[in-house]
Design a binder for this molecule. Structure first.
Ligand SMILES: [Zn+2]
Ligand SMILES: [Zn+2]
Length: 352
């Protein structure tokens, strides 16, 4: 029987980062062996099947009967205390958990910002609060609720499209008390607030185009528990000259007549954001899908007339920065660096 190696098959699957974050797209790396023996990382969809086989993907959320609360600061630790201030302010429960009293007091300077935002949102109106903090644990599967305040500026812009999925559990194992919910049917999945605290399982299999059944057992991989998107600590700007910074702050909507503001920002190319170079940083925080939304939110937040970015990879410019800047009324240009390193500068200017 020589069919085994002649058929489309999965060689290896791995995750770009072990901890999934709400709102940050995950695209597992899937290495395939084609019927001609070649190794490929390209998807084989049903519309471009090879020798009667195509790739099928499934994402499952594994819900355990045993409800485990996870520390909001240390995603690998179980929570032992909960902030009562968060409960009173209706901040998502996931953000209120801490693994120890020390963890809570260490996080306080950062954590209290959530309370301040919640109370100012409550003062404005009830609807605003809903928008800032989203709904926790009450939505149905597959529907994105804005998981945290940090997501509210970008909204769904990275394109949350997990596709239509059944609302009912697709399987359960009585002995382990686990229930599987199918949450996605494409190679890429964007965790939602409903996934917080749960493990995700990714499965892929070569499927027969005629019979529509997998040719063999699927290759699968499990993630760590999904965590809410952390709220980055506000940046403390150094006053260089009172007049200069007066023009560049979060509140100024536009500069006065005859003047303009320029923002220069080195975004740190994904190619350089490695665990070797930044060993103190968790891998999920180094992942491009996590960093790009924080970068975009901060950069746009300065309302600069001209924005200059360094270390921009061409694919990130085309797939992310150019369309995102366009949404905010900027015209984006890409200038390739003249050395052989393929990192470049990008210039955006606001028009109209
Ligand atoms: Zn709190
Ligand atoms: Zn902790």
């Amino acid at each position: 029987e020589e069919q085994g190696w002649r058929m489309l098959s999965v060689v290896r699957v791995h995750l770009p980062s072990e901890i999934p974050i709400v709102g940050c797209e995950i695209t597992p790396y899937v290495l395939l062996r084609l019927p001609n023996g070649a190794i490929s990382t390209e998807d084989v969809p049903e519309t471009a099947a090879v020798d009667g086989h195509f790739m099928r993907y499934r994402w499952y959320r594994i819900q355990s009967d045993r409800k485990v609360a996870i520390c909001s600061v240390h995603p690998m630790e179980q929570a032992t205390i909960q902030c009562l201030g968060c409960l009173k302010s209706k901040i998502p429960a996931a953000k209120s958990y801490h693994c120890s009293a020390k963890c809570f007091s260490d996080a306080w300077q950062h954590h209290k910002v959530l309370h301040e935002r919640a109370s100012s949102a409550l003062n404005e109106n009830g609807a605003e609060e809903e928008e800032l903090f989203g709904r926790f644990g009450s939505g149905s599967s597959g529907i994105l609720s804005s998981g945290s305040g940090s997501m509210s500026n970008l909204g769904q812009s990275p394109g949350v499209n997990n596709g239509p999925v059944p609302l009912y559990p697709s399987g359960s194992d009585k002995s382990s008390g686990e229930t599987w919910f199918e949450v996605g049917r494409s190679q890429t999945y964007t965790p939602t607030a409903d996934d917080i605290g749960h493990v995700l399982r990714f499965e892929c299999a070569a499927v027969d185009t005629e019979k529509k059944v997998p040719a063999g057992p699927p290759t699968s991989i499990m993630t760590s528990r999904v965590i809410p998107a952390p709220t980055p600590t506000p940046r403390r700007l150094i006053q260089v000259n009172g007049d200069v910074l007066g023009h560049l702050d979060m509140d100024s909507q536009s500069s006065s007549f005859g003047t303009f503001t320029v923002l220069s920002y080195n975004i740190l190319a994904d190619a350089y954001a490695t665990s070797d170079a930044y060993s103190y940083c968790p891998t999920w925080a180094l992942s491009w899908t996590y960093r790009r939304q924080n970068l975009m939110r901060e950069i746009i937040g300065y309302h600069a007339d001209i924005i200059c970015l360094q270390e921009v990879q061409l694919n990130h410019f085309e797939d992310f920065f150019a369309p995102e800047f366009d949404k905010h009324g900027y015209q984006a240009l890409y200038k390739k660096r003249t050395t052989e390193v393929s990192l470049s500068c990008s210039l955006s200017s606001q028009i109209g």
